[in-house]
Design a protein around this ligand. Sequence first.
Ligand SMILES: NC(=O)c1ccc[n+]([C@@H]2O[C@H](COP(=O)([O-])OP(=O)(O)OC[C@H]3O[C@@H](n4cnc5c(N)ncnc54)[C@H](O)[C@@H]3O)[C@@H](O)[C@H]2O)c1
Ligand SMILES: O=C(CO)[C@@H](O)[C@H](O)[C@H](O)[C@H](O)COP(=O)(O)O
Ligand SMILES: [Zn+2]
Length: 386
Amino acid sequence: MWEDADGFSLLAPDGTGYRSDLVPGVLSPGNPALARAVGGRRVVAFTGPTVDRLYGQALRDYLEANLTPGTWTLHTIPTGEKNKTLATAERVCSLAKAAGLDRHGVMLALGGGIVSDVVGFAASMYSRGIRYIRINTTLVGQVDVGVGVKTGVNALHTKNMFGAYHPAHASLSDPSFLSTLPPREIRCGLAEIVKMAVILDEELFRTLERYPDAFRRDGTPTPPEIETYVLRTSMRLMMEELCPNLREHQLARLVDFGHTFSPVIETAGDHRLEHGEAVAVDMALSACLALRLGLVDERECDRIVGLLARIGLPVFDAETCTPELMTRALEESWERRGRRLHLVVPIAAGKATFVDDLADVPRDVLRRALDELALRTDGIAEGTRP
Ligand SMILES: NC(=O)c1ccc[n+]([C@@H]2O[C@H](COP(=O)([O-])OP(=O)(O)OC[C@H]3O[C@@H](n4cnc5c(N)ncnc54)[C@H](O)[C@@H]3O)[C@@H](O)[C@H]2O)c1
Ligand SMILES: O=C(CO)[C@@H](O)[C@H](O)[C@H](O)[C@H](O)COP(=O)(O)O
Ligand SMILES: [Zn+2]
């Protein structure tokens, strides 16, 4: 894995290689990055309604200025977690077929993780797999989805039940997209960044403690060089961590911090909480469990839960954080991870470990951790939540 001025390149031990680039002004008609990635191929592009309203015309103008007329089309697909389905992926394939997309053609996803996951998955199965390009417009998309190789849709009441490891032909992130992103979506991206900081990088964690309003245009302004540092550091950390285990043959993954309880928090809560918010609740619960299990001390646990709360992320969700549902989440993760738990818990800000077996999280410990978290949340609600 290596970094240059434009972004990051990865070459995995299995020979898979790809780049994730930071491209300011990616939709300016004179910017060559997207046209270069398209390379004269036929393009079928997809976006969601909100991003279409904000950036659809800019993409149309770009494609018109840079591609041969008649070789591209742009379509709007439904977004939101409830539309991250096989039916939407099939709709993407059907629109591509109607537009005459062949094996050499490329699908283009302009949007956040939802559009990227659905279109990437559609591309992985269309004609047994064609190229796709992601243009990542959310913070989650830029620091997480856009640096990895996972695509997928929800099914069988399970997040990402169907999917494929299918690296994008190009992944382009323009930080200026973040200027229109609502604060709630910025916070979701910060949750995934906190995840990387807690498991791997105390300096990044301290930076977030100092600048919890990073990337937000409605809070205390953060110096642009700090935002660049935060964006690039979390992209780099994620890619470094994924590189040796790109197709997840090893199921104990530090980057799964925040992703053991969160799938049930998302689905059982009927997606009232967004992905990043559910990840935040999961990280807080995992930290409290680590405290109960004697793996982290009170001060470090407080730092982690406190940072999430200062960012404005939820750290508890009364409706779904019940002993029954959280036990179910542990069991489902255990089953998904080859009948090992591999729960990621912090040891300190910047360092994490695994709790590998279901039996290592006794029911009464889980119950006490949930009770403690509920109490902490009361304190936060009274005092420090922004
Ligand atoms: N494949 C992976 O490796 C991976 C990694 C992390 C998350 N995910 C998945 O990604 C999804 C979450 O992605 P997300 O957080 O990007 O959510 P999202 O795609 O739903 O986007 C969030 C919201 O922001 C809007 N939006 C997007 N860009 C905008 C912009 N620039 N300005 C204004 N509004 C904008 C969207 O219309 C949407 O309403 C989840 O399904 C999660 O499971 C996948
Ligand atoms: O949300 C993320 C990463 O932030 C997704 O890539 C992904 O679903 C996570 O890695 C999950 O923890 C593992 O999920 P899965 O592959 O079992 O669905
Ligand atoms: Zn995630």
